[in-house]
Write a protein that binds this ligand. Structure first.
Ligand code: FAD
Length: 465
């Protein structure tokens, strides 16, 4: 028969889940082989988190230059040259992905550029342009990530009808961009292109944007979208699409019926886990009805040699959650008593302003049987937010009334993505309202909003009339 190679621990997928798992397993003395069919760094580094944040940074600079006069700077309307923006984006991506390759090498991880699928509970087959081989493994970690959902009416050609990957690579600023789907990816990218100069219309089937995020946070972002001139249509569906190169006519129905003509359409209607072409059944790995791999707290699948992590297992589809799970999976498959705990996984959205959340909302705390105590503090009363000319937003803490132990922290406002780090640490440490209120926060800084919100909850705020 065919010669079979053997490997100690194989990782399938080199995204933020897989590459982190590979490095942790190597640290633990495992001989690691990582199989990646595309680019190291996965979606996040190549066509997700990182390139989108590079574009958003530039878009924010453009937008701030438009309001510069109110801060005493005379500046003319900026001109956006997308080739230059794309060069900046690509340089950031390349620097990070080559860094991942170096880290894997330094940790002795063997990288195979190929597509992997299971043969049986203890073997995978890897297939590339050059070879097809069978590998026997002791342990395996599946980290194959997700791909964008599609709409049959709007087939993606990456020229006129784009998914996030196509929009991130766009070399032009469309005059009118229609965003189908008002989730975080659609709003982050739609806002950026609005700032680059496109007219932007967001069409969302559900009654609210960013469903799943706390409505009080979403309202702040909605207000800003209106200020920026982004047109938002909620409870509205696309019922017909006529597509010619560079020209799409959409018929939408719902709260309002309309015809929208645009040069480009971005389709962002959720993501599907890449679990359908791995032959998981023959490896005795079960999935749920959404296609997500079923795992226990140690992230092992129903096949005890195999763990699964990241976008293909339940929980938020976020890079830091994938990386965290990667460490846990490498440890649990290597005999360490490691288990995943979702309590302190932050969610971050890079809209304008940013939103971030960790732990429970007030309603979730009540549903979980707590008597929640909350405190909210507005950015408009924070000196640093005002001196940055960014007064929109607030921070909110949710705690258990009896013990004062924090249950959740939520923020919408400038730098919310960075602010939530303190919230994550607070939850991880089991901090109380007093702990946050007694922590001396440097002045004037944005994180003071947490101290003030905790003092509001404790009934002794200094800066609230
Ligand atoms: P992925 O990053 O998807 O990596 C999976 C890898 O597996 C891919 O490289 C793929 O080529 C490979 N692969 C798949 N099947 C096989 C196979 N059979 N054989 C070999 N290789 C295979 N998250 C955040 O936390 N913050 C953000 O700001 C953020 N912004 C985003 C913006 C956009 C536009 C998008 C699309 C996503 C964003 N995300 C963000 C989500 C984030 O990218 C994902 O949650 C994260 O990449 C998941 O990591 P992963 O390792 O599970 O999978």
């Amino acid at each position: 028969g065919e010669f079979t190679e053997s490997a100690d621990l194989v990782v399938i997928g080199g995204g933020p889940g897989g590459y982190v798992a590979a490095i942790r397993a190597a640290q633990l003395g495992r001989q690691v082989t990582l199989v990646e069919r595309g680019q190291l760094g996965g979606i996040c580094l190549n066509v997700g988190c990182i390139p989108s944040k590079a574009l958003i940074t530039v878009a924010d600079e453009v937008e701030r230059s438009r309001t510069a006069a109110s801060r005493g700077i005379a500046i003319s309307e900026p001109t956006v040259r997308m080739e230059g923006v794309q060069r900046f984006k690509t340089s950031v991506v390349e620097r990070l992905t080559s860094g991942v390759a170096e880290l894997l090498k330094a940790n002795g991880v063997t990288v195979i550029q190929a597509e992997a699928r299971f043969v049986d509970p203890a073997h995978i087959r890897v297939v590339s342009e050059y070879e097809s081989k069978k590998i026997a493994f002791e342990s395996a970690i599946v980290a194959t990530g997700s791909r964008p959902n599609t709409l049959s009416m709007l087939p993606v050609d990456q020229e006129t009808v784009l998914d996030s990957t196509g929009l991130l690579a766009l070399q032009r600023v469309p005059e009118h961009l229609v965003v189908v789907g008002g989730g975080y990816i659609g709003l982050e990218l739609g806002t950026a292109f609005r700032k680059f100069g496109s007219r932007v219309t967001v069409v969302e089937a559900l009654p609210t944007l960013l469903s799943g995020m706390s409505p009080s946070l979403v309202r702040v972002v909605e207000r800003r979208l209106r200020e920026l001139g982004v047109e938002v249509m909620v409870s509205t569906r696309v019922v017909k699409a006529e597509i010619a190169p560079g020209n799409v006519q959409l018929t939408v129905e719902g709260t309002e019926a309309a015809r929208l003509q645009s040069e480009a359409v971005l389709v962002t209607v959720g993501r599907t886990p890449n679990t359908d072409s791995l032959n998981l059944e023959d490896a005795h790995i079960a999935r749920d009805e959404r296609g997500l791999v079923i795992v226990d707290q140690t992230l092992k699948t129903q096949n005890p040699r195999v763990a699964a992590i990241g976008d293909i297992v339940p929980g938020p589809m976020l890079a830091h959650k994938a990386s965290y799970e990667g460490k846990v999976a490498a440890e649990s498959l290597s005999g360490l008593p490691s288990a995943a705990d979702a309590t302190a996984v932050p969610a971050v959205i890079f809209t304008d302003p940013e939103m971030a959340s960790v732990g429970m909302t007030e309603e979730q705390a009540r549903e979980a049987g707590y008597q929640p105590l909350t405190g909210r503090f507005s950015f408009a009363a924070n000196g640093r937010a005002l001196s940055l000319d960014e007064p929109a937003g607030f921070a909110e803490v949710v705690a258990d009334q009896d013990s004062g132990i924090l249950l959740g922290l939520h923020a919408v406002g400038r730098e919310a993505s960075n602010l939530i780090a303190e919230g994550g640490l607070a939850l991880e440490m089991g901090a109380t309202l007093e702990d946050v209120a007694l922590t001396i926060h440097a002045h004037p800084t944005l994180p003071e909003v947490w101290m003030e919100a905790a003092e509001v909850a404790l009934g002794r705020p200094i800066h609230v009339a």
